[in-house]
Design a protein around this ligand. Structure first.
Ligand code: CA
Ligand code: CA
Length: 217
């Protein structure tokens, strides 16, 4: 079986992975950067940070290099208690979120990226609380089923069960795993849809393209 591109040149790789340019949530009014007509936020290092209440917090989290990496983000989210339990926020989820919102491809969060991430996280948290109908602090199988359907995805029961198995602990999905699950579902769906030109739910992948799209998310 031939894999066109397998073992071939990787020189075309631009650092821009498919599926990573979507937004996790709309920036909250007043907290996000200005939008250009094209819908792309303006990210400028000359943005005046002075007087921004978030700046002090950011610099404390970021440390010497002035950027927040996955470990720093994990520490700050764990300390914030956003997960609702006294356990570390998943490092993997931190990596996924950084990959998604790292506009300038430094692999870390600058101040504006960090602010966007923070706004998106708050939006996800509200979402999570709304989905957790029995207020157990976690999302269970039937709650995820309803949430995913409400988001417009059409998954088979088998696929849903596989997702719950992958992202839950004893059938309970905690906030960090929920974020990772939703971000990945959306990124992979976007990746697929962009190639599904006839919108038939069927795509032919080139091997290397498939790996870029799935391994990078
Ligand atoms: Ca960055
Ligand atoms: Ca629940």
């Amino acid at each position: 079986m031939a894999y066109p591109g397998y073992g071939g040149a990787f020189g075309n790789f631009s650092g821009q992975m498919p599926g990573m340019q979507m937004q996790m949530g709309q920036p909250l009014p007043g907290t996000g950067p200005n939008l250009l007509p094209g819908g792309y936020p303006v990210y400028s290092d000359s943005y005046s940070s002075a007087g921004d209440p978030m700046w002090t917090y950011f610099t404390a989290v970021a440390g010497q290099d002035g950027e927040v990496d996955a470990e720093e983000l994990q520490r700050c989210l764990t300390q914030s208690g956003i997960n609702g339990i006294y356990s570390p926020f998943s490092l993997e989820t931190c990596r996924i979120m950084i990959a998604m919102l790292d506009r300038d491809y430094t692999g870390k969060m600058g101040f504006n990226e960090f602010k966007e991430l923070w706004a998106a996280l708050n939006a996800w948290k509200q979402h999570f609380i709304a989905i957790d109908q029995d207020q157990s602090g976690t999302v269970e199988h039937h709650e995820l089923n309803q949430a995913i359907a409400a988001m417009g995805y059409r998954l088979s029961p088998q696929t849903l069960t596989a997702i719950v198995k992958r992202y839950s602990k004893n059938g309970r999905i905690f906030f960090d795993d929920y974020v990772a699950c939703c971000v990945k579902l959306r990124a992979l769906t976007d990746f697929f849809r962009r190639r599904d030109h006839l919108q038939q739910g069927v795509v032919n992948f080139v091997y290397d393209d498939f790996l870029q799209g799935t391994m990078a998310i």
